[in-house]
Ligand binder design. Structure first.
Ligand SMILES: CC(=O)SCCNC(=O)CCNC(=O)[C@H](O)C(C)(C)COP(=O)(O)OP(=O)(O)OC[C@H]1O[C@@H](n2cnc3c(N)ncnc32)[C@H](O)[C@@H]1OP(=O)(O)O
Ligand SMILES: N[C@@H](CCO)C(=O)O
Length: 398
């Protein structure tokens, strides 16, 4: 019987970029019951700041980051499917990362700035070991968005015999220079915070300003232009508003004249989003995981994209988001074309969602329903759905 929560050691892990981690633990959660006869295991892979908690386990539990997608009677119906999610290598929600002790016998000596470079391939390698330890030999589906989608794609290429289908949502075959540039600007914001200390900051004095600024920059790539225009317009914050972020000194204060006191609602929103992240995420993990995303290139050391995707055995679903500024539709088109050239079974839809890159998180139920409809209809391609067909997933803001 697989527990609904746990943490497993998956051994020393050799790393793609060199070196190794002597001891790797992965935190995981599960929903539903694994049935090897029915081959009903689905691996859900989370995005940059997510965790293994995809959905609540009972009504008293806190909601998860894909709450509307997973559960009894939900699109990924846990009466039928066994769902597993593990916190990625390098993160700060229970899996080994920069905030973990190098040696568990000396808990105060953390990896910090010495944590090695990890890649999406390393994350998937560690996850595969977790599945081995849990006795799960085959996956009916690997699904994820953004960093989660990069993992799904790596699964299809690294372990083609273990995966029947993958759904790659809002993720490219390789990170573009543009995406790397945004990540580097975010990391520099963290490095510029004097509290960073090369990554060796004490846990009670993290580089909060730097991380908040990184999140503000990132938000501008995660959400939609039209969404923000409709939501915030050019509206101003009332002058006597006293945001928490300002009170706790997260952001530099502007000059003290009336004009500088003016703040747009979008500025207030960004300040709040930065503050919200520093309450729950570790800056060194942020640096580690954004670097892993930069290094994502499914064709690396495999002779390029075409040769890499030639390894894929299972079916592939690719979902692009029309308003995605971070990984635009063209990048998934490149992946889809390579899969088609290799003769693979691939379905590609472009979702006209307004919320930008993070639409797969905002309308979780709509996206998951689309994926599960595709999973249940192997004949969909044969039925002649147009490649890159525009789809409506969900209606309005959920
Ligand atoms: C332990 C854990 O938490 S694990 C990790 C969970 N998170 C993840 O997995 C990451 C993935 N999730 C996300 O990125 C996000 O949660 C999303 C994309 C799903 C949704 O983003 P949200 O920030 O929740 O939604 P949205 O963009 O609508 O912002 C709403 C928040 O902004 C605040 N807000 C809205 N407008 C303004 C404004 N003008 N000024 C200040 N704040 C504002 C709202 O009050 C709300 O606050 P709340 O989050 O405290 O309720
Ligand atoms: N908003 C996502 C990252 C981009 O999808 C997260 O915080 O995990």
């Amino acid at each position: 019987m697989i527990p609904c929560r746990g943490r497993l050691e998956v051994g020393p892990l050799p790393l793609e970029q060199g070196g190794s981690l002597p001891r790797v633990e992965l935190a995981f959660e599960t929903w539903g019951r694994w049935d090897p006869q029915r081959k009903n295991a689905i691996l859900v892979c989370h995005a940059l700041t997510g965790d293994a908690h995809v959905a609540a386990h009972d009504p008293q539990d806190r909601p998860g980051w894909w709450e509307a997608a997973v559960g009894p009677g939900r699109p990924i119906d846990t009466r039928r499917w066994f769902v597993l999610c593990s916190n990625v290598l390098g993160s700060c929600y229970g899996s080994t990362g920069p905030s973990s002790p190098v040696d568990p016998k000396v808990p105060e000596a953390r990896w910090g700035g010495r944590f090695p470079t990890v890649t999406v391939r390393d994350m998937v390698h560690a996850q595969r070991r977790l599945l081995d330890a849990l006795g799960i030999d085959r996956l009916a589906l690997v699904v994820g968005g953004s960093l989660g989608g990069m993992q799904a794609l790596e699964w299809a290429v690294s372990y083609p015999d273990r995966v029947d289908a993958v759904a790659v949502l809002a993720a490219p075959p390789a990170s573009s220079p543009h995406a790397i540039a945004w990540n580097e600007a975010q990391r520099q914001a963290i490095f510029a915070d004097p509290a960073w200390q090369g990554g060796d900051y004490p846990p009670e004095r993290p580089p909060r300003r730097g991380l908040a600024l990184a999140r503000m920059i990132a938000m501008a790539t995660y959400r939609g232009r039209d969404e923000w225009a409709a939501r915030f317009g050019r509206d101003a914050v009332p002058p006597d508003d006293d945001p928490v972020a300002a009170r706790i000194g997260l952001y530099a204060t502007a000059p003290r004249n009336e004009a500088e006191r003016f703040r747009f609602q979008i500025e207030s929103y960004l300040h709040y989003q930065g503050e919200k992240l520093v309450r729950r995420f570790d800056a060194a993990s942020y640096v580690t995981l954004t670097r892993a995303m930069d290094l994502h290139d499914v064709g690396r050391d495999r002779g390029g994209l075409d040769q890499a995707v030639a390894r894929v055995r299972g079916r592939v679903y690719v979902l692009s988001i029309a308003s995605d500024l971070l990984y635009p539709v063209e990048e998934q088109r490149r992946l889809v074309r390579a899969l088609r050239r290799a003769g693979k079974d691939v379905t590609w839809h472009v979702w006209r969602a307004p919320w930008g890159h993070d639409s797969f998180l905002v309308d979780a139920a709509g996206v998951a329903q689309r994926v599960m409809d595709w999973l249940d209809e192997p004949g969909q391609d044969a039925a002649g759905l147009e490649e890159g067909a525009a789809v409506a997933v969900g209606e309005g803001r959920p």
